[in-house]
Design a protein around this ligand. Structure first.
Ligand code: ADP
Ligand code: MG
Length: 378
């Protein structure tokens, strides 16, 4: 493959088999004050250069600053619209037949849920990426595209301790299947057709409610599970049917379990949480370092297995890495930025999931037949 230059507009290059995209990585810094933190910030950033520098926690170590270069930085003053602007193109690519993934990574309390899925009935300016994406997608669909028809449906699952649970229908038993072309998909989930962005919001709200009621009895605290909202678009245009999905994923907290914020986690749970995020890290690392010729371990966790298509079937991906800025969080911030740094090197070849639209063809034939019959009858 070719080397791709850094920078938002330039993150793709043409190759024989289609465009190659690099995974796009944006870091969002949570405002220092919202959780009552005081003192100096350990994190400084340079917007123009898209770099972040982390000061070591230890006084003795104060010479060892670490600097990371990203595709974009959303500083503590960044607005929710700025966050959406950094993922808008990724989200809208599902309307062009290209699957997409927006994923929030970071320790608990770093702003993942606020960034991705915040819903504020009174102050929509505080709405996160998801409601904005629903709106942008349906704005485009409702504006109409010549000769194109769209069918949109949604699924919402959580992955907890290597079990996939249907948040829209908690009694369902969900699993993953693979088709002959190696595409991995969910089976056993309820899929709901949606006709407006408001309906997407309704399903999202209902599922999130289930997440905090039905599943807390099972001790599945949201910071320890991954939530994935999947919006699938089937586009019929010019006799071709393309199917593409937008995965919006609020990952489990990436903190190491020794940290006080995750007290009450039992050993099995700790291992399970760590294993799926660890496997995600290994998948990213393997994909970022193809020279090592190691097969990415997609199959080793439910999360990465579900994401197989995202990395092998040409999805556009934007990773939002959320970080706190305080000295107490320096270890987690460094480890999150290390993850970000690896993800910066992952390249994916864009692919469309196209097939002949037999239904459209049949309709077309029927129309021709009808008009011929009419002509004969005249
Ligand atoms: P996470 O999902 O990573 O555990 P949250 O999104 O729940 O973290 O954020 C933790 C707290 O900080 C919440 O009260 C949230 O409203 C607040 N918060 C996070 N990011 C921001 C931000 N950019 N602006 C204002 N408040 C924020
Ligand atoms: Mg959260």
């Amino acid at each position: 493959g070719k080397k791709t230059p850094r920078g938002s507009g330039a993150a793709s290059a043409r190759d024989d088999g289609g465009t190659i995209h690099r995974v796009h990585v944006v870091v969002r810094l949570r405002p220092f004050s919202v959780r009552g933190e005081t003192g100096a910030a350990a994190v400084v950033f340079e917007q123009a250069k898209s770099t972040i520098t982390v000061t070591p926690k230890d006084e003795a170590d104060r010479g060892n600053f670490r600097t990371f270069a990203l595709d974009g930085i959303l500083g503590p003053d960044a607005k929710q619209t700025d966050a959406f602007d950094s993922v808008r193109d990724t989200c809208l690519s599902v309307l062009d037949g290209v699957s997409a993934c927006v994923m929030c990574y970071g320790q608990t309390g770093s702003g993942k849920t606020h960034t991705l899925s915040n819903l504020d009935g009174r102050d929509p300016s505080q709405n996160g990426v998801m409601p904005r994406a629903f709106q942008a997608l349906f704005d485009r669909i409702d504006a109409g595209e010549e000769d194109a028809r769209f069918e949109v449906s949604v699924q919402y699952v959580q992955i907890y301790m290597e079990l996939i649970q249907d948040l829209l229908d908690p009694v369902q038993n969900v699993s993953l299947r693979e088709d002959s072309s190696g595409r991995v998909f969910l089976t056993g989930t309820t899929t709901y057709a949606v006709k407006s962005w408001q309906e997407c919001v309704e399903w999202f709200t209902a599922g999130t409610k289930n997440r905090t009621t039905a599943f807390t009895q099972m001790n599945a605290h949201s910071s320890r599970s991954h939530a994935a909202f999947i919006l699938t678009v089937i586009k019929h245009a010019n006799g071709v049917k393309t199917t593409s999905s937008l995965y919006m994923i609020d990952l489990a907290g990436s903190e190491r379990t020794a940290k006080s914020e995750v007290v009450g986690v039992n050993f099995d749970e700790a291992v399970a949480i760590n294993s799926s995020l660890t496997v995600l890290g290994r998948v990213i690392y393997t994909l970022a370092n193809p020279k090592n010729k190691i097969r990415p371990p997609f199959r080793e966790s439910k999360l990465t297995r579900m994401l197989t298509n995202v990395f092998t079937h040409g999805a556009r991906t934007t990773l939002i890495v959320c970080c706190a800025m305080g000295f107490d969080d320096v270890a987690e911030t460094n480890s999150s930025l290390e993850f970000a740094k690896q993800a910066m090197n992952v390249k994916v070849r864009e692919m469309k999931n196209e097939e002949v639209d037999y239904y459209a063809l049949a309709m077309q034939l029927q129309q021709q037949l009808d008009s011929q019959t009419e002509a004969v009858q005249k």
